[in-house]
Design a protein around this ligand. Structure first.
Ligand code: ATP
Ligand code: MG
Ligand code: MG
Length: 426
């Protein structure tokens, strides 16, 4: 896709916005963009630079994303609402055309990678609780204060805060800015001297960390998960607002990634904020178990959609007839009694039983988690609790501390994390 209308090819050291941002390394990519770690020379911090493909439809999508991200940043000047912050945006012209660029705060790995590092075993429930609180604070802000639906909530679109405050302290975080092109740019000798020293320090810090990790034993995967989970107060932010929309201005009929899609979207009976609550429940389940909640597949004589509806009913009970027949697509899947047309025999398995039988949860853990999740998976969207109501749920009350992820705990987290790194570095 590196052609006219497509991605912009970036090399380490490339400059953007008149030299303000300098590309460091690629962080990721999606259907619309590539995302680079960049050094912001004006503020001496690291940022994530999202460079959109250049064709008209991508530029149009980026303008919409910038609109949404601007509303998010304007409504939350203290940046405490667990949603990614837009720092800047500009246009960049290259050989493939003109690319809209978004400068975002630099975040860490996605929850999907965290689940992978943990070898799909599920995270400790206290960590799941902390992550859920962050996501709910973000959703409550989007829904109640801004009237915005995310419509693509899933582990991949929730990023951890990067280890310590990497955006401000490159040396301790093992990063150091690359201020020149590898083949050499005319920069002052002083810069490159400082640069060499920074790099040496960074290399030493990284070597120490690897030593420490090697001494902890176990496989690479396990060690990665140790680093990411144990002893860290986990905080995260919601990202990727390319599909977000304002309530009342929904355009797309088919929203959400398949596994996180709400039943009213499949049935096309209209949707609102509560679609995000459905995806949130699916995400929380996945964090706790390591498995996706619903993984429908089409089969002989039935579609992926019908399989999906069947799986929902097997776990949550029969869909009320009124809800089942309410959508524009209802007739494709349900008969007039509200029974599925092609999948007749359902194997009911309640969520708490599933958690105990398949995932070996204790009876109380299983009951408490399913008490939290089942109301969010109500087939009647209006019955699902809001993010604000969810934040009051007893399941989120921490077992060993009463703190919630508010601004004062941000301080605590950063202190905790830098302590950790300093210890490792010594
Ligand atoms: P999609 O096809 O998912 O819509 P996209 O082109 O809109 O993709 P994003 O999903 O926003 O792009 O970003 C692509 C990847 O870049 C992410 O999955 C993540 O790995 C990385 N990334 C995005 N934003 C940040 C950030 N603020 N900090 C660090 N990494 C990021
Ligand atoms: Mg994405
Ligand atoms: Mg996107």
């Amino acid at each position: 896709s590196y052609r006219k209308g497509g991605y912009h090819a970036v090399r380490v050291g490339d400059q953007f916005a008149g030299g303000r941002y300098i590309a460091q390394r690629k962080l990721g990519w999606g259907q619309f963009s590539t995302v680079w770690l960049a050094y912001d020379t004006r503020t001496s911090t690291y940022v994530a630079l999202k460079i959109q493909k250049s064709a008209a439809q991508f530029a149009h999508a980026a303008l919409h994303e910038i609109d949404v991200l601007s509303a998010i940043a304007n409504g939350d000047p203290s940046n405490s609402k667990c949603v990614v912050h837009l720092i800047d945006n500009f246009k960049h012209t290259g050989p493939n055309g003109q690319h809209l660029c978004m400068v975002l705060e630099f975040l860490g790995d996605s929850l999907l990678r965290l689940i992978r590092y943990n070898r799909y075993k599920g995270l400790p429930l206290n960590k799941v609780r902390e992550i859920c609180k962050c996501i709910l604070i973000g959703l409550d802000y989007l829904h109640r204060e801004l009237g915005i639906l995310h419509t693509d909530l899933k582990p991949e679109n929730i990023l951890l805060f990067s280890s310590i405050d990497a955006s401000k302290d490159p040396v301790r975080s093992g990063l150091s800015p690359i201020l020149e092109r590898p083949e050499g740019n005319p920069t002052s000798g002083v810069t490159s001297l400082i640069e060499k020293r920074l790099k040496r320090r960074a290399r030493r810090a990284v070597a120490k960390i690897s030593e420490k990790r090697a001494s902890m034993g176990g496989t690479v995967e396990a060690r990665k998960s140790d680093r990411n989970i144990d002893g860290i107060d986990v905080r995260c932010k919601i990202v990727d607002f390319g599909n977000a929309c304002w309530a009342g201005k929904q355009i797309a009929e088919e929203i959400q990634t398949r596994q996180y899609r709400a039943p009213e979207v499949i049935l096309q009976s209209g949707y609102s904020f509560s679609v995000d609550m459905w995806s949130f429940a699916c995400t929380a389940f996945e964090l706790a178990t390591g498995d996706m909640m619903f993984t429908p597949k089409g089969g002989q004589g039935f579609s992926e959609d019908e399989d999906h509806l069947a799986m929902m009913m097997e776990l949550l009970g029969k869909m009320p007839r009124k809800v089942a027949i309410s959508g524009a697509r209802s007739k494709d899947y349900f008969d007039r009694h509200g029974d599925l047309k092609r999948i007749r025999r359902l194997k009911f398995w309640s969520l708490d039983k599933l958690l105990m039988d398949r995932y070996k949860f204790s009876e109380s853990d299983a009951r408490e988690l399913s008490d939290f999740l089942v109301p969010l998976l109500d087939f009647t969207p209006e019955n699902r609790p809001t993010a604000q109501q969810c934040l009051q749920h007893p399941w989120l009350k921490d077992k060993d501390s009463t703190s919630s992820p508010n601004e004062s705990s941000v301080e605590k987290v950063n202190v905790g994390m830098s302590n950790l790194k300093i210890k490792v570095g010594k």
